[in-house]
Design a protein around this ligand. Structure first.
Ligand SMILES: [Zn+2]
Ligand SMILES: [Zn+2]
Ligand SMILES: [Zn+2]
Length: 240
């Protein structure tokens, strides 16, 4: 057999196991195909690791620019309450169906809006007003059966009671609309906490353990706006 020794694995292999390379005197690459493949794999991995942070920053900046453009068009304050804190604002699907639509477009709502030339049917709402709207829509839903409505009402009352028991106001801005209050994990370990305690519903958990003090389990009440703002600040810190 006509062969060649690979410079990497030092095994003599048939010449058809080497890529062609005009720069080499024999017209073949000095590494065998297999070694070339492994080399490029390692190279790509190294490249990805060193450029991961760069990529993250670029995509974060891209998203920020899109976010800015979208709110510049749809309004830089909440259409209901007028709050203008950029970190609390979100885009609302005026006629509902938002979560389904956002899923369809892979959660890239800002770039979708830009690509579609800022269509009608969207408005700026703060997270608190967004939350209230969802609850009002659920209540107004005529499709639900009486039984379903009763269950929903029962859950709502239980949640209300529990939130009021814990002070009924946001730890940061002191807003006291119980409907917009959320249980927040002070140390941002919500995922871990839910996994370790097998929690599906936090109010159910609090009830089960006879309403422990929130600080003892690392929780606090935050309104949707303050919670969103906290998340955004955290994300920025992680990236910079
Ligand atoms: Zn080789
Ligand atoms: Zn609002
Ligand atoms: Zn708040």
């Amino acid at each position: 057999m006509q062969g060649k020794i690979c410079s990497k694995c030092h095994i003599e292999k048939s010449i058809n196991l080497f890529h062609k390379n005009k720069n080499e005197s024999d017209g073949l690459h000095h590494r065998c195909k297999q070694c070339c493949k492994e080399h490029s794999k390692i190279y790509t991995q190294k490249y990805d690791i060193t450029h991961r942070n760069e990529k993250k920053i670029v995509s974060h900046q891209h998203r920020l620019t899109n976010r800015y453009l979208v709110f510049k068009y749809y309004g830089q304050k909440c259409a209901h309450c007028g709050i203008a804190d950029f970190d609390c604002l979100s885009i609302d699907h005026i006629n509902g169906g938002g979560s389904q639509h956002v899923k369809q477009i892979n959660h890239h709502l800002y770039s979708w809006l830009i690509q579609n030339n800022y269509p009608d049917g969207f408005q700026t709402l703060c997270m608190n007003c967004q939350r209230i709207k969802v609850i009002e829509n659920q209540e107004a839903c005529k499709k639900q059966s009486i039984r379903h409505a009763q269950i929903r009402k029962w859950h709502r009352n239980r949640t209300k009671k529990i939130k009021l028991y814990y002070g009924g106001c946001c730890s940061i801005c002191k807003c006291n609309d119980w409907e917009v209050l959320e249980f927040d994990h002070v140390n941002n370990n919500g995922g871990e906490f839910r996994k370790n305690n097998n929690i599906y519903n936090i109010t159910q958990y609090l009830n089960k353990y006879k309403l422990p003090t929130l600080s003892s389990i690392g929780l606090q009440l935050l309104c949707a706006n303050c919670n969103h703002k906290k998340e955004k600040t955290l994300k920025r810190k992680k990236i910079c």
